[in-house]
Design a protein around this ligand. Structure first.
Ligand code: FMN
Length: 367
């Protein structure tokens, strides 16, 4: 298996290589949450050498918006610009997958005039400064949110995207339902791990039904998850392995993990030295392709990540620094300097604000 050669994800869907651009919020849409010209230029540059490009987290309804200038597919009005985005990525030879997102209790309160609009599984705030205490969703709201994901999927199909990724990672709404910290419900969506998975299961089933009813057998359905969280109580590896058992039975085309390092061991239990990917594959047995992520920057990292047991890998920061990462990583001619000419201004400013973190990681800033 050569990661730099083409890969058939499923019948009829072939990627030119197994390298994926990780979803990254750009904070750079237009003020009305439509895709900006700066973003189109940024994605065009980064789609030239990769097999698949996953877009920034894209909101699915009015309560989903988590960040300033976050792009959206919450109504048909967003179709024309999102169509441009799909075309831009595909014109450079990469598959275009849109990441569908609801921020839940992580939404920036300043984006909401009405604090009641910030919702989650339960009225428990995230242990982070500056966030609101959310309102617990009613059963009717759970159903309508699932429907909003399905409608966003319909729009993604209409835009010509190759697929959608459901954002179940990084502490956002889907994870909030799975988490015993944010989910204290006593109905069928809370309590036992089976009940905490129900929202995710119903969501995947409904989105898949939308794809089937649109007669799109080549459309990709991916799911992203974080295997653990720091809160107490919080998602454990044991919970996640049960989730993997469920996801394994779903009509998913890939699973995308979210980790700081692709060979990470569990953070909740330091005595457990078995890599998370090994634990997952002991249950998943490669039944669904996995995308690995986390600090994959060099050719050695890429080759090692495939040895670790993933079918594809995604990279974030390395692709921010090097728009032609897909070919440069193979040749060993990586660029590690962030250049404001190659990315939207607000994204560059964000990176620059956190420059200490990135410079420690070996990256530099042009200005
Ligand atoms: C600027 C930035 C924005 C991000 N936005 C998202 C996002 O919208 N959705 C998501 O699932 N992950 C997001 N992530 C996480 C990345 O997808 C990826 O998992 C993370 O950067 C680790 O990979 P890396 O070490 O290759 O950068 C973001 C990361 C960065 C640096």
């Amino acid at each position: 298996m050569n990661p730099f050669k083409s890969y058939t994800l499923k019948p009829g869907v072939t990627m030119r290589n197994r390298l994926v651009m990780a979803p990254m919020t750009t904070y750079s849409g237009n003020e009305d949450y439509t895709v900006s010209d700066e973003e189109l230029a940024y994605y065009r540059l980064r789609s030239q050498t990769l097999g698949m490009v996953i877009t920034a987290a894209t909101s699915i309804n009015d309560s989903a918006q988590a960040f300033e200038r976050q792009i959206s597919l919450k109504s048909d009005a967003f179709i024309p610009r999102m169509k441009e985005l799909a075309k831009t990525i595909q014109s450079q030879g990469a598959l275009a997958v849109v990441q569908l997102h609801h921020g839940g209790r992580m939404n920036l309160p300043s984006l909401y005039d009405n604090p009641n609009a910030i919702v989650s599984a339960s009225a428990i705030s995230a242990p982070r400064e500056g966030l609101a205490t959310p309102r617990a969703m009613t059963t009717a709201e759970i159903k309508s949110t699932i429907e909003d994901f399905a409608q966003a999927t319909r729009r993604a199909i209409e835009c010509g995207f190759d697929g959608v990724e459901l954002h179940g990672a990084n502490t956002y709404l889907l994870q909030q339902f799975f988490s015993p910290h944010s989910n204290r419900r006593d109905d069928q969506y809370g309590g036992s791990v089976e009940n905490r998975m129900r929202f995710i299961e119903e969501l995947i089933d409904r989105v898949y039904a939308e794809i089937v009813s649109a007669n799109q057998p080549n459309f990709i359905l991916g799911y992203r998850f974080s295997p653990e969280e720091l809160e107490t109580p919080g998602i454990t590896m044991e919970d996640t392995l049960k989730l993997v058992d469920k996801l394994k039975e779903k009509p998913l085309d890939y699973l995308h993990i979210s980790l700081k390092h692709y060979r990470q061991t569990p953070m909740r239990n330091e005595a457990d030295k078995t890599a998370i990917i090994d634990q997952i594959q002991s249950r998943l047995k490669h039944k669904i392709p996995m995308i690995g992520v986390g600090g994959i920057a060099t050719k050695e990292n890429v080759l090692d990540a495939f040895k670790a047991g993933y079918e594809m890998i995604s990279s974030g920061v390395a692709i921010l620094a090097d728009p032609a990462w897909g070919t440069h990583v193979e040749k060993g001619t990586l660029n590690t300097v962030f250049d404001p000419q190659t990315m939207p201004e607000h994204l560059y400013q964000r990176l620059y604000k956190n420059r200490q973190y990135f410079t420690q990681g070996g990256y530099r800033f042009k200005s």
